[in-house]
Design a protein around this ligand. Structure first.
Ligand code: ZN
Length: 261
């Protein structure tokens, strides 16, 4: 089996052309025709994850976030990005990223997995691409029954195993319609408001952006890593379904750069 055979499975679900223009999803390091020895799945393909792959006898790292976003001009190991790329080339580990292309699909995408974990049903894309209902950013779903705001925040905190949920003022209203966007989702606030969401679950909201809720919904910022953590098992399951006996591993490295004190 070649590395490209594994990538084909992922790209059948989230074709690379669905990625946003600023993105760099795809095979970043490595030869697609090389024989695959095993895969490590992760959110961030850091040096520690490449090392883990080597240790486990795997020559492919499948990550959600692209390790290289902008052009690299030097390779002298001054930054973690340069070091990771150099190490991957040196150790012959291919590094692949499946990013906004899997954010943008409905079924089997990043947000469908979050919605499933939170128990949301009747999901639809929050901001569909023009003319497409199944492709776009964010997801809108419903809880089977209305929940109290504090109960839902507690549910978020435990389900997403986050040290902190930063949220706007509660509205003393039950929560039933919920918008979700894994990762940096503040750009979707207008769509979440327009869709009548009671709560918007995402990450990376800035101070001034919290004001924009204006009491019309509750913004719940659960942390970027925490919101996307289940993407790793999603990718793992997609490949396992087709190659159940191949060496596939969820990373054991916690790559979250944010700690809570
Ligand atoms: Zn992300």
């Amino acid at each position: 089996m070649q590395i490209s055979d594994i990538l084909d499975i992922l790209e059948a679900v989230a074709p690379p052309q669905l990625q946003e223009s600023y993105d760099n999803a795809g095979l970043i390091v490595g030869d697609p025709a090389a024989a695959a020895t095993g895969v490590v799945f992760c959110l961030d393909s850091t040096e520690a994850v490449v090392e883990e792959a080597v240790r486990k006898g795997c020559n492919l790292v499948v990550a959600h976030h692209p390790i290289v976003f902008r052009g690299l001009k030097r390779f002298n190991g001054a930054t973690y990005v340069e070091r990771t790329v150099m190490q991957a080339i040196r150790r012959e580990v291919a590094v692949y990223a499946i990013h906004t292309n899997i954010d943008n699909v409905h079924q089997q995408g990043v947000n469908a997995r979050i919605a499933q974990k939170l128990g949301l049903t009747d999901t639809r894309i929050l901001a569909p691409k023009p003319g497409l209902t199944e492709i776009g950013a964010g997801l809108l779903g419903r809880l089977p029954a209305p929940a109290g705001e504090m109960d839902f925040l507690r549910h978020l905190k435990s389900t997403l195993r986050t040290g902190c949920v930063r949220h706007t003022a509660l509205r003393e209203k039950p929560v039933q319609t919920v918008a979700v966007c894994g990762g940096s989702g503040s750009f979707l606030l207008p769509e979440a408001l327009r869709a009548g969401a009671d709560m918007f679950v995402t990450a990376d909201f800035k101070y001034h952006e919290f004001f924009d809720a204006e009491g019309r919904l509750v913004i719940a910022d659960v942390g970027h890593y925490e919101s996307e953590q289940f993407t790793v098992e999603l990718l793992y399951e997609l490949v396992r379904e087709k190659f159940p006996n191949f060496a596939l591993h969820l990373t054991e490295v916690n790559t979250n750069p944010v700690y809570y004190f």
